[in-house]
Design a protein. Structure first.
Lengths: 111, 443
């Protein structure tokens, strides 16, 4: 089991979500985060362009069985990629255990 | 007889008091009491527009909050300018083009009314600005029907044209002295503060637009979690208070009918709110804040045409009926499946129709007596009902037809509906390059 953490642009959340649901990956957690990256994103504030420090992003966390890692990663990349600096990153970490609270199931079937 | 000095002074003062006129006025017929109230009303009605912005803005998803509020705010800008240039003239000038709308060259840019004091004792500027606020809020109401899915530029063009081609003629027909609905029947079609002109017209146009533009992406499975209900109910509160300007101000005076209208407004709003609350708690188990706010609006919308002609018991009935009927209309909407996102038709359209028709059974006797005199004999409730129904039908048909044409034309030339990408990214990012809220949870 793996935990896939994806940091994507705010604007892409709906696209990525729809793509994931279509690929039958539908159990996700979404956070609103901000961070520093390579991106120097310009915004318009009171009539002039400014470059803020922390840039708002969306973080998705998806727990998957090993078979589904590739399809999840590819779906996210395809939906979130724009080719410009600031598209985001994906981290894959091993997931030690997964437990369903309602039934107490553990392991791959609880994902 | 010895008269004390004190008594003499008192008598003189009394005599002076008696001799000055009953109203505070100066030589040219200005009633400063009425003017003060009408100035206040003008401000109150304008305050309703940010109130509407808050009400709608809190109901949509966070990514669309600024865009939705801008739909109301931009109306304050564009409709004011149009009003001053041609709106006031088209609404309150004399009939032209067979009575389609009015025209008075003195009203263009309001250039001829700089010194006018009207018969009501109010400067004509005040009347014009007061009426102009109605022209602002009416198109802003329509925006609720197609929330979260329209282009900003197209919206601005749409409301400008809608104001000129739908609102101005309707306003002229119902409220100008030579308007044909103003003169229909014995004493005109009753629309005290805009049930037909404002609510039915915007409600129907909203319905037409919602169907023409199609539902939001993912409807009906979109998350129905409003972004900020706190803002929504604060908006409803601002609307309630502002409505006193809307209804009581429509008496264009500061006197008895003002008081009657204010009372009816308060009663209908309160009754609508608690009726909705009761219905909802029975039907769905809980009384929601959004339901309470919706009930407030339903009551206010229904009493808008009726405020000056019904007594409190009539206002109570209107409040109850409006809340019940609008509640059912919204359930009906779920069944049929069209996406009138913020219930522009469900509350304003249905509430306006309910009020305009139902008020007929609660008109105060004095009004009916005047109507009988004007009709040269008798005037029955049934006859007035006929007049009300005609006015309502005309408003519905005219607004619907012109709106369809406008939508079609705008869509053909510049597109009206947002592109799928822009709709997914949100109005705020797509059309304004801004974010409404700081760091809240996504929805």
């Amino acid at each position: 089991m793996k935990l896939i953490t994806a940091i994507i642009r705010e604007n892409n959340l709906d696209q990525v979500r729809e793509a994931l649901i279509e690929a039958e990956i539908s159990r996700i957690t979404v956070h609103r985060v901000s961070g520093h990256g390579q991106q120097k994103k310009e915004e318009i504030y009171r009539g002039r362009k400014v470059v803020p420090n922390l840039v708002p992003k969306i973080k998705l966390e998806i727990a998957v069985n090993d078979d589904f890692v590739d399809i999840t990663v590819n779906t996210i990349i395809e939906a979130a990629k724009s080719g410009e600096v600031g598209d985001g990153k994906i981290f894959i970490t091993p997931l030690e255990e997964c437990i369903r609270i309602r039934t107490g199931e553990k392991g791959g079937q609880a994902i | 007889m010895k008269i004390k000095k004190k008594t003499l002074i008192l008598i003189s003062l009394f005599a002076i008091m008696l001799s000055s006129s009953a109203m505070a006025s100066d030589g040219n017929g200005l009633d400063s009491g009425a003017t003060a109230w009408m100035l206040t009303s003008t401000a109150l009605v304008l305050l309703m527009v940010p109130g509407l912005a808050m009400f709608y803005g809190g109901l949509v998803r966070s990514k669309n909050v600024l865009g939705t509020m801008m739909h109301s705010f931009v109306a304050m800008g564009i409709m004011t300018v149009i009003w001053v240039i041609i709106g006031y003239s088209m609404c309150f000038g004399e009939n032209v083009l067979g009575g389609w709308f009015g025209w008075n060259p003195d009203y263009v840019f309001l250039k001829g009314i700089d010194n006018n004091i009207m018969e009501a004792g109010v400067p004509e500027y005040v009347f014009s600005m007061f009426q102009g606020k109605f022209a602002i809020i009416t198109p802003a109401l329509i925006a609720g029907a197609f929330a979260e899915r329209v282009k900003f530029k197209s919206y601005i063009i749409f409301i400008a044209l809608w104001g000129i081609l739908v609102y101005n003629p309707l306003c002229h027909w119902v409220w100008a002295e030579d308007g044909f609905l103003f003169n229909l029947g014995a004493n005109g079609a009753i629309d005290f503060a805009g049930g037909t002109v404002v609510h039915i017209s915007s409600g129907i146009s909203g319905l037409v637009a919602a169907i023409f533009l199609g539902a939001r992406r993912g409807h009906p499975n979109i998350t129905v979690r409003p972004g900020n209900l706190v803002m929504t109910i604060m908006g409803a509160g601002l609307l309630w208070v502002g409505w006193f300007g809307f209804n009581a101000g429509s008496s264009i005076s500061s006197g008895l009918s003002t008081a009657q209208a204010l009372t009816a407004t308060q009663v209908a709003a309160a009754t609508g709110a608690i009726t909705w609350m009761i219905i909802e708690s029975i039907h769905q188990g809980k009384a929601t804040a959004l339901g309470f706010a919706s009930g407030i609006l339903a009551g206010l919308v229904a009493v808008t045409p009726a405020a000056g002609v019904v007594q409190p018991y009539g206002a109570i009935i209107l409040g109850i009926a409006a809340a019940a009927i609008c509640y059912l209309a919204i359930l009906f909407k779920e069944k049929i499946g069209y996406d009138d996102s913020l219930d522009a038709f469900g509350i304003h359209g249905i509430g306006g129709i309910t009020g305009a028709i139902l008020l007929t059974f609660f008109i105060r006797k004095a009004w009916m007596a005047d109507a009988a005199v004007a009709a040269g004999g008798t005037w029955t409730v049934m006859q007035q009902l006929g007049v009300q129904v005609i006015a309502v039908l005309i408003a519905i048909v005219y607004a619907a037809l012109v709106t369809i044409v406008l939508l079609w034309v705008i869509n053909k030339f510049i597109g009206f509906r947002s592109s799928p990408n822009n709709e997914m990214q949100g109005l705020d990012a797509s059309y304004h390059g801004e974010r409404g809220y700081g760091m809240l949870n996504p929805n």
